[in-house]
Design a protein around this ligand. Structure first.
Ligand code: GDP
Ligand code: MG
Length: 163
């Protein structure tokens, strides 16, 4: 079986952009449980010749299991627990938010290795956010741009020990 990488992060940081870039046209939709898995996508990814399964998770807004966001969060957490490595994506332009901190706190308590990916890092506007990401306590962040394809080699190097 291929090793598994789960992308996790608050909405709008660029998770799906990265997923689409790594999967290309081999994209697979997973919707066996409508409403719960609707935004969880899995695909076969290739990064500089390294092959792995990648999961684009959705939902980390609430932990109330009675709500749809709560069920999506539970599913995101299950995907991270099952993964060989979690790619924790932040938006280096926006800087860290309370939800980023909440996700980081949760990840610190899990056994799954974490790579922090500081996305939207193209240009100077991201410098402060990248520095902030060093303080998450989850290892050195990898500056990255999913939109522009910058940081691919550094991402490869960060994932390689786990994949
Ligand atoms: P998700 O909600 O985490 O899946 O985020 P999306 O992949 O849907 O991206 C959210 C927005 O961020 C979109 O408008 C993307 O075009 C934009 N975006 C993604 N990656 C980058 C990046 O590297 N740089 C910039 N500037 N914008 C990005
Ligand atoms: Mg998305």
């Amino acid at each position: 079986d291929l090793p598994t990488v789960a992308i996790v992060g608050r909405p709008n940081v660029g998770k799906s952009t990265l997923f689409n870039r790594l999967v290309g046209k081999k994209l697979a939709l997973v919707d066996d449980q409508p409403g719960v898995t609707r935004d969880r996508r899995e695909g076969d990814a290739s990064l500089l010749g390294m092959d792995f399964k990648i999961i684009d998770t959705a939902g980390f807004e609430t932990d109330d299991p009675q709500t749809l966001p709560g069920r999506m969060r539970a599913q995101t957490q299950a995907a991270v627990r099952d993964a060989d490595v979690a790619l924790f994506m932040i938006d280096a332009r926006a800087g860290l938010t309370p939800l980023d901190e909440e996700i980081a706190n949760w990840l610190r308590g899990e056994d799954t290795p974490v790579v922090v990916l500081a996305n939207k890092a193209e240009g100077k506007a991201a410098e402060h956010g990248v520095l902030e990401a060093f303080n998450l306590g989850l290892g050195d962040p990898v500056p990255f741009s999913a939109e522009h394809g910058e940081g691919i080699v550094d991402l490869f190097e960060a994932l390689r020990p786990h994949v």
